[in-house]
Ligand binder design. Structure first.
Ligand code: 1HN
Length: 353
């Protein structure tokens, strides 16, 4: 080594040191070691690097394909009849961003999706149909379009549809993140449906109304099962009318754990925003890759030089740290969900413009 160092700069010594290094790397590989200096810039990047692409799934396509799947497999046989929304850059990885899964589930009239539980938390955002339910922790929540339902870590849940129309909803789960930690557990129950201990709407009435049952203690996730659209939409409308309109996000509320004010789940948080007619949002970016659903209206979102056009029930994804801005020629409502609370808990979440 001393010889090589004194000869630095001459062509033959350069060749020599490269050859010596390569031989060294080959030897340390045999001992399961590697030089950090060869990879440091790519493992500690100056800015977030993502494989995820911006993309939109139009509801006309999604609905007809999900309906078609109804003729191929029952909910019971599938356990969950869901078509995965795969990020185009991550085919085969069952994810829409690096940390989140998204899919569209359908329950046909009379069907049951049997009870199970898992470590991965889930949210549902209802797209179509009315009168199907999800039973979570003893409460049967009947759902309507725009409802936002949470299923916390390890909460038993089953779904059923006593109505006469199919119901479709967006499922978002954090299992890619759970699997990153290799911490997944799941189990099934003998009975396909769970016994109910509470009435539909109890959790929203008890915890989401400015009062709390005496003795309620704080948990790291919300006790509310269903944040109904009927309750939340008038709030964003009122916020917009009051002029409280964020220049990037519109008149936006964050779904909150009513006991702590924190996010609904420790791993995922959601917002509902009303964009006034003619809204031209200012650019924004943050490290949480975000999934949006257009609930009402029509518009476009420019992301990293790509323009995503959206209308009712279209789902689109913005990758981490890609700059985006919304444009709404009509009054519109956007639902969004991301892994922001997980990043905040770790101290790594950042935002910018
Ligand atoms: C799941 O349990 C549901 O309970 C939906 O409805 C989608 C995707 C992957 C793993 C489990 C549900 C799921 C899921």
């Amino acid at each position: 080594m001393a010889v090589a160092a004194t000869q630095t700069g001459t062509p033959s010594s350069k060749h020599n040191i490269e050859a010596m290094r390569d031989a060294f790397y080959a030897r340390i590989a045999q001992k399961d070691m590697a030089p950090l200096w060869k990879v440091m810039k790519s493992v500690v990047t100056k800015e977030p690097v993502t494989r995820c692409q911006p993309h939109v799934w139009h509801y006309a396509d999604v609905k007809s394909l999900v309906m078609e799947s109804g003729g191929l497999i029952t909910a019971e046989e599938a356990e969950r009849r869901v078509l995965i929304l795969e990020n185009p850059a991550l085919h085969g990885e069952s994810r829409i961003t690096n940390t989140l899964f998204a899919g569209v589930q359908m329950i046909m009239p009379g069907e049951v999706a049997p009870a199970h539980r898992h470590v991965s938390s889930a949210i549902r955002f209802v797209l179509d149909g009315e009168g199907a339910y999800t039973a979570v922790e003893g409460e049967k929540a009947f759902m309507a379009p725009g409802d936002f339902v949470i299923t916390a870590n390890w909460a038993p849940h089953d779904h059923g549809n006593p109505s006469d129309k199919p119901m479709l909803w967006l499922d978002v789960l954090d299992f890619p993140a759970v699997n990153f930690y290799e911490a997944s557990f799941a189990e099934h129950f003998e009975d396909a449906t769970q016994a109910t201990r509470r009435k539909d709407g109890d959790s929203l009435a008890f915890y989401g109304s400015g009062v709390l049952p005496d003795g309620t203690h704080a948990m790291n996730r919300s006790p509310v099962i269903n944040y109904t659209y009927a309750r939340t939409r008038p709030i964003v409308e009122r916020l917009m009318q009051s002029g409280d309109i964020d220049r990037r996000h519109g008149a936006r509320v964050r779904y909150a754990n009513p006991v702590t004010g924190g996010p609904v789940l420790p791993t995922m948080s959601a917002c509902l925003a009303m964009l006034p007619k003619g809204f031209r949002g200012e650019p924004y970016r943050s490290t949480d890759g975000t999934i949006f659903v257009c609930v009402e209206g029509r518009g476009t979102t420019a992301v990293d030089g790509k323009v995503l056009e959206w209308g009712p029930n279209d789902v689109f994804v913005v990758p981490p740290w890609k700059r985006y801005s919304h444009n709404a020629p009509e009054q519109s409502v956007l639902f969004s969900i991301s892994d922001r609370p997980a990043q905040e808990a770790l101290g790594i979440w950042r935002e910018g413009n």
